[in-house]
Design a protein around this ligand. Structure first.
Ligand code: X8Z
Ligand code: ZN
Length: 586
């Protein structure tokens, strides 16, 4: 199979030209795949699905063929940079092509069609006049306090998974076949190999990080559970057990931000409850204006304004006339300066924050655009996900006041209320960020067979998150499919890492900026020094192992939960006081 190409690479002098040729060809294939993906995601049709799947299959095949040919290279005589490129030929994409070209096509078609099922998901809640999409259903979960309505909406959305089960099962087979054909035990092992350490070391590493933050999560869980039990009664919430998912204000219980008003009943606040969503809505803020606020933060750091094509080509609202993939994402369509996002922006605080997240991706992509093709990615995927969130940690009450988004009649929330709000998004997320791929790793390895997909999903959700479904689930359901990244085949451990790393990045940049105040109130807004430090780290792309990039930014070579713990320290001791004598855990 690889005979003809091997002949070209059997001498050390040829390594350079082999890689140059591989990078040229793969760049072309990557641009085609990324244009195909953009067109598909912003205009779902049988034709765009097929064209996009074909382009992705060609890219995966291109990587696999080059990676196999590279095995014949005299790697020990290659420069460190060349060695890293050869490694990235094997690890550069999160799916690997099976040797059989038809199966590669089937695999990429499956992923597109599973994603399509998710994008088309709708449910008409009991008593409503029409079917709602995920955003509409999520709004009910955030705003309603009627347990039976919440249950109806939660169960209604989760039907979307049922149709995915056969396709998902086949996807697991084909994705594993591709991973094995490329020298990995299974796809989970390929995913864990992308962190400059062995897959076994990586599993231990995430376990270590989780152990560091778990006590804080359990305190928050116990506090929220007690308030929910007071509000809904013990018939709905067992004060010693896991919390029913549908009462947590989010489809996957990955953010508990919507519970804030319920946790802090009106009157208990010494201050006017500050509500960014209300301010944005009252001012008739447009999606574009929301994105301009986020851009304004980046330019305050001395980074360039977004190119005009960003504004011309991004999709910021759900179009009325066609089906799209609404889940927010950032693209670098030409692998250079054509950066854009697609997102169905709602005028809410949550989407205000998500826009900072997405622009973080775009600025990172822009910063490494000058690198050779194989280095055009973040140091590891957790870095890509952490970047915009790091900026967002500087979106503090005083920053909002500075840009005129804090109404004059609202007082700045006191420390504890601000920290509680932050914990409901940042701390509540951690176990979910961890468990999605702990579950998928077991699925890919075969430890979890298809007949217990759903039962094992709920075991993991209970074990890590302390969350339970509203009613009994069965193997006719496929609840992991109700989370975007599962049908779309996007690895998820990146977010767990990002939620740890963003606090490390934030602490380092706050120091560079010399910003005053404790970590949770400090903002790097306007600091050119912080901007410069960030930009030079981003420019490295993935040209070096990630500990080098982490060191360049923070001075440390280790992922480390201590910055997160420092940020939340005042809340942690307050929670401990509140929970004296109460059950912690489930
Ligand atoms: O998927 C995302 C981003 C796009 S990369 C909107 N996030 C995860 C999720 O929504 O589940 C950001 C936080 C976690
Ligand atoms: Zn992201």
């Amino acid at each position: 199979m690889t005979g003809t190409t091997d002949a070209k690479v059997d001498s050390p002098e040829r390594i350079g030209s082999f890689l140059a040729e591989a990078e040229n060809e793969l760049l072309e294939l990557a641009i085609e795949a990324s244009r195909g993906d953009w067109v598909y995601a912003t205009y779902i049709s049988p034709d765009t699905e097929d064209l996009s799947a074909r382009a992705t299959a060609r890219l995966l095949r291109g990587f696999a063929l080059r990676a196999r040919s590279a095995q014949a290279l005299p790697v020990q005589r290659a420069s460190p940079e060349e060695q890293r490129k050869i490694l990235l030929l094997r690890l550069g994409t999160p799916l690997a092509a099976p040797r059989d070209a038809l199966r590669t096509r089937e695999l990429s078609q499956l992923v597109q069609s599973l994603q399509g099922i998710y994008a088309r998901g709708r449910y008409a809640p009991r008593g409503s006049s029409g079917a709602l999409d995920l955003q509409g259903l999520s709004r009910i979960l955030e705003e309603s306090h009627d347990p039976s309505q919440l249950q109806d909406v939660w169960e209604g959305w989760h039907r979307v998974g049922r149709e995915m089960r056969p396709g998902f099962q086949r996807y697991v087979e084909l994705a594993n076949e591709g991973a094995r054909d490329n020298g990995f035990a299974d796809l989970g092992s390929l995913w864990r190999s992308r962190y400059d350490m062995t897959p076994e070391e990586f599993s231990k590493e995430v376990e270590r990080l989780w152990r560091g933050v778990r006590p804080l999560y359990q305190l928050l869980h116990a506090f929220v559970r007690r308030r929910l039990a007071e509000h809904y009664g013990e018939r709905w919430v067992d004060p010693k057990g896991p919390i029913p998912n549908h009462l947590l204000g989010n489809m996957w219980a990955q953010s508990w931000e919507a519970l804030y008003p319920l946790l802090v009943p009106p009157g208990s606040l010494q201050v006017h409850p500050f509500d960014l969503s209300r301010v944005l809505q009252e001012r008739h803020t447009t999606p574009e204006r929301m994105a301009r606020y986020a851009e304004g933060f980046f330019t305050s750091l001395g980074l360039p304004a977004l190119p005009s094509t960003f504004w011309e080509r991004s999709m910021l609202s759900r179009p009325r006339d066609r089906e799209v993939v609404c889940h927010a994402s950032a693209y670098q369509v030409d692998l250079a300066e054509d950066i854009r996002i697609k997102m169905c922006v709602d005028i809410t605080a949550e989407d205000f924050h998500t826009l900072h997240h997405e622009l973080g991706h775009n600025y990172y992509q822009w910063a490494y655009a000058h690198q050779p093709f194989l280095f055009r990615d973040s140091a590891q995927d957790g870095f890509h996900e952490a970047l915009g969130d790091t900026i967002d940690l500087s979106v503090t009450p005083s920053y909002l006041a500075q840009v005129g988004l804090l109404p004059t009649d609202a007082e700045v929330p006191d420390d504890l209320h601000w920290l509680l709000r932050q914990a409901l998004t940042k701390v509540a997320f951690l176990p979910f960020g961890l468990l999605v791929d702990r579950w998928r790793w077991d699925v890919f390895s075969g430890e979890v067979p298809p007949e217990s997909y759903n039962a094992s999903w709920w075991r993991a959700r209970r074990e890590y998150q302390g969350v339970a479904p509203p009613s009994a689930r069965s193997e006719a359901d496929f609840d992991p499919g109700a989370k975007y990244h599962v049908p779309a085949s996007v690895p998820y451990m990146r977010y767990f890492l990002a939620y740890i790393l963003q606090f490390q990045f934030h602490r380092a940049l706050v120091r560079v900026a010399g910003a005053p105040g404790p970590l949770h109130l400090a903002s790097i807004y306007g600091s050119r020094e912080a901007g410069q430090r960030l930009w030079s780290m981003m420019q490295m792309g993935q040209s070096r192992p990630w500990p080098d990039a982490l060191e360049a930014l923070t001075g440390s070579r280790q992922m480390d939960p201590s910055a997160l713990l420092e940020y939340f320290a005042p809340l942690e001791s307050w929670l401990r006081d509140q929970l004296r004598g109460q059950t912690i855990g489930w």
